[in-house]
Design a protein around this ligand. Structure first.
Ligand SMILES: [Zn+2]
Length: 420
């Protein structure tokens, strides 16, 4: 009696539905899923995952950062490990699939391999990272940094909205934060890290493709720009003499929007703006706005930054305005390993699907895992490109496609496809 890919897809769907009940909002389904690190919901989810993993014969352990790891062991002596996983946590009022889908799909894969007696020359460790979104402690990529050995112990002092430190939350969860350094993987024992994640964008849906292969995870930089003008009476100061900071802000937005539209692989936004004195009949004196630029190619992003700042400087000077600019954040892009991207593309083709390669405009655990090993990512189509929202949705049959691609990828890795 074999277990089909369709059955594996349906199993994944059922597990995802069951997992979505472990939420602060469990009684109000329209409010989506809220599951933060080291909470009751997290504990309940890990108990369910443990049960499902053990039913597949996996050896399950929790580490000291509240990551859950289930091993589907290989019989091959000296086998190395393929890590596959994603994060268990959500944003407040998020969906059922961002993160969780990447924990459940490898479990469905393990069930498929096991039921069909497909043996592999490597272990598969399925990981449910404790905290990627950073919703509770503003501590993004906590779980993956621990496995990669790049966790900064100072992070343990971070507090949640109630003043509870990460350290005490982990202790209450049964972890020993002092032993976090022991939880890292050693690079030599790991083949790679694979993550399946919903796309969080509309490209696959527009192309009518169930899955796509990720080439890179975007780099991000943010700046704060403060424009200084001169407040005055909105009725009496002649237009030609005004130094209106908000008019300057409009120029900043116009330049950023135009530059991003005309530059390939670059997106950007002015997401936040504060205007003072912000009165209906007062010329704005000071306007502060945020600028964010993202690109999978750091050189593109840096060139765009220089160009943008030059354009902003010229426009504001022409308006008789001055400005301060400070960079508040920078995260370099991380390339998925070309050999793994190629392996996943072939696995997509093996599954009878046109391989589409796209970059991720959102951050993922792979950013941290790339410090440990080669990384590869598979995107699964999501309805309307919507994520971080209760209405986040996927097509059930896309889970079948994703399990099939992962199974083909494992078989290609088993045949010795490895770094060129
Ligand atoms: Zn995610």
């Amino acid at each position: 009696m074999t277990f089909s890919l369709e059955q594996a897809g349906r199993q994944a769907w059922q597990w995802l539905e069951a997992a979505s009940a472990f939420s602060e909002t469990r009684d109000i389904p329209r409010e989506g899923v809220t599951r933060r690190c080291a909470t009751r919901e997290h504990r309940e989810l890990l108990e369910a995952l443990t049960e499902w993993m053990e039913s597949l014969g996996m050896a399950v352990r929790r580490d000291n950062a509240a990551n859950l790891i289930g091993r589907h062991a290989s019989a091959t002596p000296g086998a190395r490990t393929l890590l596959i996983g994603s994060h268990q946590d959500t944003v407040p009022n998020g969906g059922k699939y961002d993160g969780m889908m990447g924990v459940i799909l490898p479990l469905a894969l393990v069930k498929y391999l096991r039921e069909n007696a497909i043996s592999l020359p490597f272990h598969i460790d399925v990981v449910a990272f404790s905290d990627e979104e950073g919703t509770r402690f503003s501590s993004t990529l906590l779980g993956s940094k621990v496995l990669a050995g790049t966790f900064d112990p100072e992070m343990l002092e971070a507090t949640d909205g109630q003043g509870v430190t990460l350290e005490s939350a982990l202790e209450a969860f049964g972890c020993d934060p002092a032993r976090i350094p022991e939880d890292r993987y050693r690079p030599e024992e790991v083949i790679a890290f694979l993550e399946a994640h919903i796309e969080q964008g509309p490209q696959l849906e527009q192309a009518s493709l169930p899955v796509g292969v990720v080439s890179a995870i975007t780099g991000i930089e943010r700046h704060q720009i403060t424009i200084h003008g001169m407040a005055g009476h909105a009725g009496t100061v002649p237009m030609a003499l005004r130094r209106d900071a908000l008019v300057g802000a409009a120029e900043v937005i116009r330049h950023l929007n135009a530059l991003c539209k005309e530059t390939e692989d670059l997106v950007g936004v002015v997401g936040k703006i504060e205007n003072a004195p912000n009165g209906v009949n007062v010329i704005p004196q000071t306007t502060t706005l945020s600028i964010e630029l993202r690109s999978p190619r750091d050189a593109v992003r840096r060139r765009a930054r220089e160009q943008l700042l030059e354009q902003i400087g010229a426009s504001l000077e022409a308006l008789n305005l001055t400005f301060d600019q400070v960079q508040t954040y920078e995260q370099s892009a991380v390339q998925c390993s070309p050999w793994l991207t190629a392996t996943l593309e072939e696995a997509v083709q093996d599954s009878g699907i046109d391989p589409r390669v796209l970059f991720s405009g959102a951050g993922h655990d792979g950013l941290a895992m790339a410090e440990l090993c080669d990384i590869g990512m598979l995107f699964v189509r999501c309805r309307g490109g919507v994520s971080h929202h209760p209405s986040e949705a996927i097509e059930p049959e896309d889970l079948t496609a994703a399990v099939e691609v992962l199974a083909h990828a494992c078989q290609r890795l088993a045949r010795g496809q490895s770094p060129a």
